[in-house]
Design a protein around this ligand. Structure first.
Ligand code: SDX
Length: 428
């Protein structure tokens, strides 16, 4: 156990307790800092701030470790199904066979969306971005389930609200994909598992009995698991801060989807593919020029860099291998894969990227798999959201169960000091 942390200010010494996590991560508990010293801390972008004590996901950015509830991402992504992982994240343990089949059965009873929600969906123009549609539809669910508005009073109702959202996600995501293509939507069939159902609704048609290839189902399972949680990233922190006001689950997750949309976060997977196409079509494959422009801050290398991973992103390692396998199994020869590998190699051997510890992240290779599976580029971030859903929900659930304080940071004000009001006619 570490000693208390000591802070000396103006000749006075203050002590703050040290908190130690399971894996020996340490933090100063500064909960009484302002009350005792009159000071707050300043940490733009929360680079050094632990916002919560969580039991869900462990990440070591220096060693490239990621675990959900103690299980390694390598094991989970190769041995479990997405629903097993969703159950693990939500309820803390891997399900038994019976628990898993009950979970699947319960989810299957809630896969349909209300026909009036379809009317909200119908008014989106066909070219509207899938993430804007998803964000709106998820928030709109709160109107259809008024019993979700103050869920904390009844744990069974909380669970029903959670089940509804998780169950409807594949339906909502595939509806959005169908709209983009101008095709009629395909309804869920509850005899299929979660991932198969999603792929059927996305790639099937009302006119045929499409069944996805096992290669495609397995690849989708792996990608969804790899995206399922990532502790206090931007969108999850958003979910938690919105949830801390006791906003309902649908409103909190809708806000998380908004945060994920940004190109510095989940929106990067769409940007990566567009960047690779730009390199192929406009830069004529000149990867060296692209790296030079990134170093000159003229452009960002999307899919590179991470706030926490400073060695490698373990998900990117798995996705790179999966990308090679899936494309080979599907017989897809995508020249963008060669460009991506060349770009990675050039960046990893350049001192600018080495010094700043910039490595490929989860978004660098995922889009190439989504593309090979047949998803249009604007759908990529929706697929990230589909995978992240169990993580967001688990983090919201944990926050509510612990009844954490409302999130409300302080600031250092740098604007004008008090000045006299001047009437409009007297202003110069
Ligand atoms: C995700 O946090 C999570 O866990 C997120 C996520 C999850 O699962 O939830 O892992 C998912 O969001 C992955 C990240 C996707 N974003 C991108 O791929 C966009 C490109 N990357 C970046 O914009 C950036 O690296 C961030 C936003 C990911 C991280 O930003 P940081 O930690 O604030 O780092 P920074 O922007 O301050 O960069 C440090 C230095 C800077 O140079 P200097 O000022 O020191 O000279 O590195 C440079 C940056 O300019 N830099 C890059 C770069 N990323 C950082 N330079 C060129 N290309 C890049 N991609």
């Amino acid at each position: 156990m570490a000693d208390n942390a000591k802070l000396t200010l103006d000749g006075k010494t203050y002590e703050f307790p040290v908190i130690t996590g399971t894996e020996d991560e340490k933090a100063f508990d500064i909960g009484k800092l302002r009350a005792q010293t009159g000071y707050v801390t300043f940490d733009e972008g929360y680079k050094n701030t632990g916002a919560t004590q969580s039991n869900i996901t462990f990440l070591d950015g220096e060693k490239g470790i990621l675990r959900y509830r103690g299980y390694s991402i390598e094991d989970l992504s190769s041995k479990a199904s997405f629903l097993e992982v969703a159950y693990l994240l939500l309820y803390g343990e891997l399900p038994t066979k019976t628990q898993l089949s009950n979970f699947e059965e319960t989810l299957n009873q809630h896969t349909l969306v209300h026909e009036n929600l379809m009317k909200v969906f119908e008014v989106f123009p066909s070219g509207s971005h899938p993430m804007g549609q998803l964000m709106t539809l998820i928030s709109a669910l709160s109107s259809f389930y008024p019993d979700s508005l103050s869920p904390s009073k009844n744990p069974e109702l909380v669970n029903l609200t959670i089940i509804r959202l998780l169950a409807k996600m594949p339906t909502l995501c595939s509806m959005i994909m169908k709209k983009g293509k101008g095709h009629p939507i395909v309804y869920p069939q509850n005899k299929y598992d979660y991932v198969t159902n999603f792929l059927r609704m996305s790639f099937g048609n009302v006119t045929d009995d499409y069944m996805p290839d096992k290669v495609v189902v397995d690849a989708m399972n792996t990608l969804l698991i790899l995206h399922a949680d990532h502790e206090q990233n931007c969108s999850t922190s958003t979910v938690r801060i919105v949830g801390s006001s006791h906003a309902n689950l649908y409103a909190s997750i809708g806000a998380g989807v908004a945060a994920l949309w940004g190109p510095r976060h989940g929106g990067a997977n769409q940007e990566v593919l567009e960047m690779l196409e730009h390199i192929r079509d406009i830069d004529k494959g000149d990867v060296k020029k692209v790296v030079a422009e990134a170093k000159d801050k003229k452009r960002l290398l999307f899919g590179f860099g991470h706030r926490v991973y400073k060695n490698f992103d373990p998900r990117a390692k798995i996705i790179k291998v999966a990308c090679d396998n899936v494309l080979a199994k599907l017989g897809v020869n995508d020249p963008l894969l060669a460009i991506a590998k060349e770009l990675e190699e050039a960046a990893l051997n350049d001192p600018y990227f080495v010094e700043r510890k910039l490595y490929p992240n989860v978004d660098f290779y995922s889009g190439l798999i989504y593309k090979a599976l047949g998803f249009p580029t604007p759908m990529f971030t929706v697929l990230f959201a589909l995978g992240r859903m169990p993580g967001w929900i688990s983090q919201w659930k944990e926050l509510r169960e612990k009844n954490e304080d409302i999130g409300r940071p302080r600031q250092i004000y740098n604007g004008p000091a008090l000045r006299p009001f001047v009437a409009v006619n007297d202003r110069k």
